[in-house]
Design a protein around this ligand. Structure first.
Ligand SMILES: Nc1ncnc2c1ncn2[C@@H]1O[C@H](COP(=O)(O)OP(=O)(O)OP(=O)(O)O)[C@@H](O)[C@H]1O
Ligand SMILES: [Mg+2]
Length: 497
């Protein structure tokens, strides 16, 4: 990977010696190619014989079917904490465990795979009735180490590469239509939680010997709901009650902004996941943007992620995406709309952007987004995770846009670590929830949940730490091991013990 001097947003080469991009005013930096190794499960889902379907129903109808399918699949991926990495021609690639590390990435990916098959089955029934054709998906999963980050000389967004990605695609290619195939590594990780078929030895491209693969038949009852994937939420009662009250008010049209602050590992993301589940149960949509160390220098990154999710353009082709956006903001000034398309990454390549100075453009975009939020009547929860890594442009745009939230039906949650002192922690009228360590009895309850009450020795019982929520912990009798990954969660007495 070579470093090239380009605009992170536009990928354009600046004039010689220029320190700012002529197109967007963003600082021109050495292209950041930082990427990291992550343990993940990669999911590929692809439509079987899509060419035959195209021949039977025509390209336009196939596109409609694919859009529907991809929307549904992406929603399932999101529900289980995964990220859609890209849309392949016939389906999607999703990753569980990056950018956000998930200890139970393999179980989540299995749940998503089954969920995607269930959704695709529902859609297939409609398609069968309307078009008389069989729509079927193959899904493949593989787990292992990948390289994840902003990769490539143009900012293509966060992506994942490596041999293990290719192996997931190979599992997909050998999956039976309507089925889910796991590689041996994924099968090992979900051992005990999933019902698997006998190992099948399949030939895949690039391997001279057949490799073992397992069909996923189902997941044990206790893993059938996302809530059961994690230990129960321990404590945080008043925090949850406070957010629940704010969500109820938001649904009635009195939105709120809530900052959730606390040190690493204290439970900010966990609280947000609980709120998301609560919103889900009330049929309130949740849209999330994750900020990361390597995106803090990418102008517009956070706001682009959040708005792409909220406008529902993810996975749509440019034309359909622009139509959808026009429906959402029917009264927008046509020039502003062009800027908005550009921000969302759905600009028509044949239309030139008006020349406007970057500050004015930012202001106009903020006004447009604010106006769009004010007309939106359906309630929503918007989450900005890890704002301590937010890029400057997104921060200033969001700070402007958050001022209209009280007049909308949206609840906005912004999580950040204590070192963050930026504009999002000073939003007028925002509430702040500061998470402190769990109490001693709460931490004891958490450990006992993780290792099982019978396995928790007095020492284990006295430890209050989190993140040791590994599948199967506690199912191996008295040899259960508690890993103290979040020792700062321990109360003083527990540290003494
Ligand atoms: N109250 C809780 N009950 C049960 N598990 C918890 C609780 N709080 C945190 N955990 C677990 O502890 C781990 C770390 O929590 P989490 O990821 O939410 O931290 P965070 O504050 O978001 O950290 P970071 O700043 O690094 O993003 C997770 O596995 C989470 O499920
Ligand atoms: Mg977090």
């Amino acid at each position: 990977m070579t470093a090239a001097t380009v605009c992170r947003t536009y990928g354009t080469e600046p004039r010689e010696g220029a320190r700012f991009c002529d197109s967007c005013g963003a600082p021109v930096t050495e292209h950041d190619t930082r990427a990291e190794y992550k343990q993940v499960t990669v999911l590929f889902a692809d439509v079987v014989h899509s060419m035959d379907i195209a021949a039977a129903v025509g390209a336009e109808r196939l596109r409609e079917i694919m859009t529907d399918l991809i929307d549904r699949a992406a929603a399932v991926v999101q529900r289980y904490g995964g990220t859609v990495d890209k849309f392949t021609g016939d389906g999607i690639m999703a990753v569980f465990g990056a950018p956000v590390a998930l200890e139970d990435h393999a179980v989540r990916a299995c749940l998503a795979a089954l969920g995607i098959q269930a959704e695709s089955g529902r859609l297939a029934a409609e398609v069968k009735e309307r078009d008389g054709i069989d729509l079927q998906l193959r899904v493949g999963l593989n787990s292992g180490q990948v390289i994840a980050g902003e990769i490539g000389s143009r900012s293509l967004g966060y992506t994942t590469i490596g041999e293990q990605v290719g192996n997931a695609q190979r599992m997909e290619s050998v999956a039976p239509p309507g089925g889910v195939m796991l590689s041996a590594s994924t099968a090992r990780l979900v051992d005990g939680a999933a019902a698997l078929g006998e190992p099948e030895f399949v030939r895949i491209k690039g391997c001279s010997e057949p490799v073992a693969a397992h069909r996923l038949l189902g997941l044990a009852e206790r893993h059938s709901a996302l809530g059961r994937l994690e230990s129960h939420l321990v404590g945080r009662r008043w925090e949850m009650a406070a957010v629940e009250a704010l969500l109820e008010r938001a649904v009635e049209g009195h939105g709120a902004v809530v900052g959730v602050v606390g040190s690493p590992g204290i439970g900010k993301s966990r609280l947000v996941r609980e709120v998301s589940a609560m919103a889900d149960a009330r049929d309130v949509e949740v849209f999330t943007a994750f900020c990361e160390p390597h995106t803090s220098q990418v102008p517009f990154h956070a706001v682009m992620r959040l708005l792409r999710a909220a406008t529902g353009v993810e996975g749509l082709d440019g034309h359909t995406a622009r139509d959808r956006v026009r429906d959402r903001v029917p009264d927008a000034d046509p020039e502003d709309l062009l800027f908005f398309h550009d921000l969302l990454g759905i600009a028509d390549p044949d239309v030139e952007l008006p020349k406007v100075d970057p500050d004015a453009r930012r202001r106009r975009l903020t006004a447009l987004v604010s106006a769009a939020s004010l007309v939106r009547t359906e309630p929503a929860v918007l989450v900005v995770e890890d704002a301590h890594w937010i890029d400057e442009v997104s921060e200033s745009m969001l700070a402007g846009f958050l001022t209209v939230i009280p007049q909308t039906a949206s609840l906005v949650l912004v999580t950040y670590r204590p070192e963050y002192e930026g504009a999002l922690m000073r939003v007028h009228g925002a509430q702040t929830i500061a998470l402190g360590p769990l109490s001693d009895p709460e931490t004891a309850a958490l450990v006992s949940e993780l290792v099982g009450p019978d396995n928790a020795s007095p020492v284990h019982k006295s430890l209050g730490c989190s993140a040791s929520n590994r599948p199967n912990t506690g199912e191996r009798g008295r040899t259960a091991v508690v890993v103290i990954e979040e020792a700062h969660l321990l109360g003083h007495d527990q540290l003494e013990a």
